[in-house]
Write a protein that binds this ligand. Structure first.
Ligand code: ATP
Ligand code: MG
Length: 468
């Protein structure tokens, strides 16, 4: 919600989409930010740089969020000082990044990120002594390491609402791209020509969606229009960067809405092609399972609980498993190895696009394996499963599958009861199982010659959609 004062402020009428060389200046009575809301470390970094004779401002997400009365995640500083000059001013500063150098100034656990003003690489402008072009053939910017003026810096930023500069000394905001106007009107608008700006960096399409979901803003129509067509450009983005972006998309507390926007703009299928195929073949189950997983993630974040990317990826990919399991079974693989192989294939294909680190892919496999094991509860198996460090995630995942309508014969309820039961009650539950339900018994060896295939649903994987 905008603050009262800000609501009454009349924004400038200029609406050109190109940034101005002279900014609109808002003095302290024209905007609602007060210094007290800002990290004192961020202010001290800015003041220190200014005293040393450099230009320095708070910039980007923190100014935007303060105007919207949202607690900024972090505070970024933009300055005319080079990284080396910044480092020379602070004892607690470290230069990070090789290509795009930044300085991190450390204050205990708080880090203030300081970036030197940068300029866009003009098209066709190649650095001396380099045979690398700054853009590839589709216009993507490959290098972004040219320092520039404050005006240049505003121009190379992505959205108008992210190009606001706040000077804590004068308490003035500099607005080069009518960002204040767009904040007031709840609009995500690219600076400059949208198609060109997406081509320069296709990740901006994901950022547009992320900010639209986080701030509950609309993507302005010219900025929205090219996304669907340009979405395939995401395929060229390094997989490690996409992993970071996907986490930001789904771990910001607005994952359900973000997912809807990603699907609407044709971005989801570029990130998760196998899941998008499952959405086509088995729409109700897939959509419901993904939504429920994301809603649960949002809730946990709201409650300050941890969320593991492994669970998230396990859920996003799970509906894509059955089609693959069946294909492998048709080629003669028995159910369990088919499931294992399908999981392996699916994860490695996904990692080509989004580099999910091993520390998460292993737990994904374990959560899925657990789905095979949870139905098999006889003898000591149940107690052993309970002790398995992955039990909780596996059990939660089982409940998620059930919440999306998967039929498991009441397995989730059984495990819920079992966890609460006393030792003797547990023994009773196991006895009851073996007398009434042969699925609970250890898997019988199939008579030789039996060609019956186990349906993936029975082995833990979701039932394939009709017609798959
Ligand atoms: P938040 O940190 O709340 O997610 P933010 O706007 O601070 O939002 P960051 O990713 O921290 O986002 O980036 C800081 C600033 O750097 C942005 O506000 C924007 O001005 C600029 N920026 C970041 N990524 C890009 C990009 N791909 N293209 C152009 N400018 C960018
Ligand atoms: Mg930020």
């Amino acid at each position: 919600m905008l603050k009262k004062l800000f609501k009454s402020f009349r924004s400038p009428l200029r609406r050109g989409k190109h940034p101005h060389s002279t900014p609109e200046v808002l003095n302290s009575s024209q905007h609602p930010i007060n210094r007290g809301e800002i990290s004192r470390y961020a202010i001290s970094v800015v003041e220190r740089l200014q005293h040393a004779g450099y230009q320095a401002y708070l910039v980007g997400g923190c100014v935007r969020d303060l105007l919207l009365d949202i607690d900024p995640k972090d505070f970024d500083v933009a300055t005319s000082a080079t990284p080396e000059q910044v480092r020379a001013e602070f004892r607690n500063a470290r230069v990070i990044g090789r290509r795009f150098k930044l300085v991190h100034v450390h204050f205990g656990r708080e880090i203030i990120e300081v970036a030197t003003f940068r300029a866009n690489h003009p098209e066709g402008d190649e650095e001396e002594n380099s045979n690398l072009s700054s853009r590839n053939e589709s216009g993507r910017i490959l290098r972004d390491n040219v320092y520039g003026s404050l005006e240049n810096d505003a121009q190379r930023r992505d959205f108008t609402i992210n190009a606001l500069y706040y000077d804590p000394a004068t308490e003035r905001i500099l607005d080069y791209a009518n960002g204040v106007h767009d904040i007031r009107n709840h609009l995500i608008r690219l600076i400059g020509d949208p198609t060109q700006r997406y081509q320069e960096d296709p990740v901006r399409m994901l950022r547009a969606v992320r900010f639209a979901a986080k701030l509950d803003f609309d993507i302005e129509k010219h900025s929205a229009a090219p996304i669907y067509k340009l979405a395939p450009m995401l395929r060229d983005i390094p997989s490690a960067r996409l992993f970071d972006e996907v986490l930001k998309l789904f771990l910001a507390g607005y994952a359900v809405y973000t997912y809807e926007l990603l699907v609407d703009y044709g971005l989801f299928g570029q990130l998760f092609p196998a899941s998008a195929a499952a959405l086509k073949h088995n729409p109700d189950y897939t959509d419901c399972l993904i939504r429920n997983a994301l809603a649960n993630t949002d809730l946990r974040i709201q409650q300050g609980k941890t969320v593991t990317p492994a669970f998230l990826f396990a859920a996003l990919l799970w509906p894509a498993l059955p089609a693959r399991v069946i294909k492998l079974q048709e080629r003669g693989l028995p159910a369990i190895p088919a499931m294992q192989e399908a999981a392996q294939q699916l994860i490695s294909e996904q990692c080509q696009l989004i580099a999910v680190p091993k520390r998460f892919t292993l737990p994904i496999r374990e959560i899925w394996d657990m789905q095979e094991r949870l139905p098999r509860r006889s003898g000591k198996r149940s107690d052993l499963l309970l002790e398995n460090p992955r039990f909780r995630a596996g059990y939660d995942f089982l409940l998620l599958r059930e919440s999306a309508g998967e039929e498991t014969g009441g397995l989730g309820d059984w495990w819920t009861d079992y966890q609460d039961a006393s030792d003797s009650e547990r023994r009773g539950m196991i006895r009851d199982l073996s007398s009434q339900d042969d699925s609970a018994a250890p898997r019988k060896r199939r008579r030789s010659g039996s060609k019956r295939k186990r349906a993936p649903g029975a082995s833990g994987a979701p039932k394939p959609a009709a017609g798959e």
